[in-house]
Design a protein around this ligand. Structure first.
Ligand SMILES: *Cc1c(COP(=O)(O)O)cnc(C)c1O
Length: 377
């Protein structure tokens, strides 16, 4: 993340990113698979962890490929010196084809128009462009319908400049543990590949599974798995946390910027949403919903100070959040506060925060804005 070079210090609020944990997670997930290669899915700025440092660490730990959803993320990774295949796991607009080819990204193709545009660009830039055919088996976001796959290949498979290296699908209901639907989608995917093969259309790399499949269904790994959230230390669902041992990669820390004691019956923060019951010590933490620390945490969440859990009080504002530190002995301005991670014997996980927010771990991590400085260790 960009940081003005004239500053000699960082602010009190930081996200610590543990690259060793990331690398351990890559190796742990790799141990779950036999011969499949691992694509580290690091879209959305690596689920908020920083796409270039995470991309580098993942490759060092043995990820054969990287997956993103934006051409810009692919270009950043190339600029960061990464030379493994980088997949764009989304469709792109035709005007982006030029950059996709220029940065040697691997495109997902699910429209005739994009196939033709990529072919024209590859010819113009005198390159072979790697493409993977996306099959829609039920998620209904992108992808060719299985029954249209042969006709589709008939019109684009032989286009100059394109190399059909792979074929893939993305399941709609694996995280929910709906194996009936997932097995049907998997069977449909394999059946489609068989039919294509009979017509002479070959795709050496077949892939379907994200984190859930990587952890729970070895039989669906095929030539490649595509874990995302698991790389960052969280299984998609609680039920999987006993099946694999992953380490959280991100911690969120700050300091008590200000502490004051308020008399009983004092309104705290915007909108009269919290009123002190007694003499209470209220501390200001410099993070707010402008940083991605969600408003849903207003009067509804906790932080750790001196190893104790303390409640968030009042409304989370753009830049500030208030906590009640009355119960913390010897509490002082400047004390370290942990918003996510461990302090003393206690831990607040992204999953717990997601629970308070009524959301999922992905949103907690990926929602943290770039203005929260990432410190890599
Ligand atoms: C996001 C994504 C993944 C990774 O999903 P996780 O559940 O985070 O492991 C894999 N494949 C595709 C196509 C994706 O969009």
């Amino acid at each position: 993340m960009s940081h003005p070079s004239t500053l000699t210090s960082h602010g009190p609020t930081i996200a610590e990113v543990d690259l060793n944990a990331l690398q351990e997670n890559v190796r742990t997930i790799k141990d779950f698979t036999e011969n499949s290669r691992l694509m580290a899915v690091i879209k959305t700025n690596a689920y908020g962890h920083g796409v270039v440092p995470i991309g580098r660490a993942a490759v060092r730990a043995g990820a054969a490929r990287l997956g993103v959803t934006m051409v810009d993320e692919g270009a950043q990774l190339r600029a960061g010196g990464i030379d493994v295949p980088i997949h764009i796991l989304s469709s792109i607009m035709s005007w982006q084809a030029r950059d996709a080819v220029r940065y040697d990204l691997t495109s997902s193709v699910s429209s005739l128009e994009l196939a033709h545009t990529l072919s024209r660009e590859a010819i113009r830039q005198k390159k072979k462009h790697q493409v993977h055919l996306k099959i829609d088996t039920g998620l209904h976001r992108f992808g060719i319908q299985p029954e249209e796959a042969i006709a589709f290949c008939r019109s684009v498979y032989d286009l100059t400049g394109l190399e059909w290296e792979g074929i893939y699908t993305h399941f709609s209901s694996a995280d929910e543990g709906d194996w009936k639907t997932t097995e049907e989608q998997f069977a449909l995917f394999l059946e489609t590949i068989e039919k294509l093969k009979e017509h002479g259309y070959h795709f050496p790399i077949r892939h379907a599974g994200a984190s859930t499949i990587a952890i729970e269904r070895k039989d669906m790994h095929l030539e490649m798995i595509r874990p995302g959230i698991a790389l960052f230390g969280y299984t998609p669902e609680e039920r999987q946390s006993e099946m694999i041992s992953l380490k959280p990669v991100m911690g969120l820390k700050s300091r008590l910027l200000h502490v004051r004691e308020l008399p009983p019956n004092t309104s705290v923060g915007y909108g009269n949403n919290y009123v002190t019951k007694d003499y209470e010590k209220i501390a200001v933490i410099p993070i707010g919903h402008g940083d991605g620390y969600h408003r849903a945490l207003s009067n509804n969440g906790e932080m750790l100070v001196r190893g104790r859990r303390v409640p968030i009080v009042g409304e989370v504002s753009l830049d500030q959040t208030l906590i009640d530190v009355t119960a913390v002995p010897d509490v002082q301005e400047g004390d370290a506060v942990v918003l996510m991670g461990s302090q003393g014997a206690d831990t607040i996980s992204a999953r717990e925060i997601a629970g308070w927010m009524g959301s999922i771990v992905d949103e907690v991590l990926a929602g943290l804005k770039e203005r929260v400085e990432r410190i890599y260790e």
